[in-house]
Design a protein around this ligand. Structure first.
Ligand code: MTE
Length: 327
């Protein structure tokens, strides 16, 4: 994510950064020439290994989700890549910054306030919130507007489970998500690259969709700080920036809320931000994507799928809408 060149300070273009994995893959490509067949046979074992707990953080298991579309069979991204190639501007704009700096984030005590157009507003301690619904494991594709993607096994439950409990009023048309903004813990807040706190929003029916998830963990463990601990949103059919990290407030409102990225560059980042290979970002094509962790020398980009491959599940939410206008 970055802003037009003429807006304030310059942030780093994704194309300027070569992820560690590219170097690694180049090396393994050279070492592995002639071993391609063996590598294919190992594919399913690699998947099992990727799903094994990395063992770095406390375990947070979830049962396999039975929800339609929730368990892509695609190979999961290695934990190492998913936890070191991040966007979390509160800790810096370089992809490596969040893993480097997010150690200062204090995830306990932590409360999530639920307010606005609901009959039962309240404040949830994170350890109470965790137990509100049964933990599920869901393997979702995550597509960033910058043109890269990952496949991540999240642990959490449908946001709808919380929404039903707080009983939205008839005026609740949208949900706003506010994330932590604490200068003492987040060195990136010194930069004015975005107006803090980072805020995002969904239409009520999008927030209620069962695929929309509050995630507390990934790869069978609690979330590493850089991925949005202790709780983040995951909306798999939208560009990654809709999935706010380290949420402190969920507010139900009657009007479409402004989001941080819209405030920063409305012509580039719309409210809906559904993954759509036919509607390009002004500076980046959205037709194809680079899968992090498999970006070797000769790896072809993958075609990006409508609604990131979740069209069967969510297409009807947008029936009759002009998706070029409501980008
Ligand atoms: N949430 C906050 N609070 N701050 C951020 O900078 N970046 C977003 C999103 N959530 C961001 C955020 C963007 S641009 C993306 S692509 C995803 O988080 C990245 O999630 P990941 O690092 O877990 O892959």
């Amino acid at each position: 994510m970055n802003l037009p060149k003429d807006r304030g300070e310059r942030s780093i273009l994704p194309s300027e950064i070569t992820p560690q994995s590219v170097y690694r893959d180049r090396r393994s490509l050279l070492q592995g020439l002639g071993l391609a067949a063996a590598a294919t046979a190992l594919g399913s074992r690699a998947q099992a290994q990727a799903l094994a707990r990395p063992g770095k953080l406390p375990a947070l298991p979830g049962t396999r989700s039975a929800l339609a579309g929730a368990m892509t069979a695609e190979k999961t991204t290695p934990y190492q890549d998913a936890s070191t190639y991040n966007n979390f501007y509160e800790f810096g704009t370089d992809k490596a910054d969040p893993a480097r700096h997010a150690g200062t984030l204090k995830t306990r005590p932590w409360t999530v306030a639920v307010e606005g157009e609901v009959k039962k507003p309240g404040s949830y301690d994170i350890d109470t919130l965790l137990k509100l619904a049964p933990m599920e494991e869901r393997i979702y594709r995550l597509r960033c507007v910058e043109g890269w993607s990952m496949v991540i096994p999240w642990v959490g439950w449908s946001l709808a489970d919380l929404i039903k409990r707080v009983e939205p009023t008839g005026n609740a048309k949208f949900v706003q998500f506010v994330t932590l903004a604490d200068r003492a813990q987040m060195p990136g807040l010194r930069s004015s690259v975005l107006d803090w706190p980072y805020v995002e929003g969904l239409r009520m029916d999008e927030a209620m969709h069962p695929l929309t998830m509050l995630a507390f963990g990934m790869y069978g463990e609690v979330l590493p700080n850089q991925n949005g601990a202790p709780v983040r949103l995951v909306v798999p059919w939208k560009y990654g920036f809709k999935s706010g990290k380290s949420i402190v407030k969920i507010r139900f409102v009657d009007k479409q809320p402004k989001t941080s990225w819209e405030e920063a560059a409305a012509s580039e980042y719309g409210f809906y931000s559904n993954v759509n290979p036919k509607v390009d970002h002004p500076r980046w094509s959205q037709a194809t994507e680079r899968r992090i962790g498999e970006d070797g020398l000769f790896t072809k980009k993958r075609p990006t799928l409508m609604f990131n491959g979740y069209e069967a599940q969510v297409g009807q939410l947008y029936a009759g809408m002009d998706l070029k206008k409501f980008y």
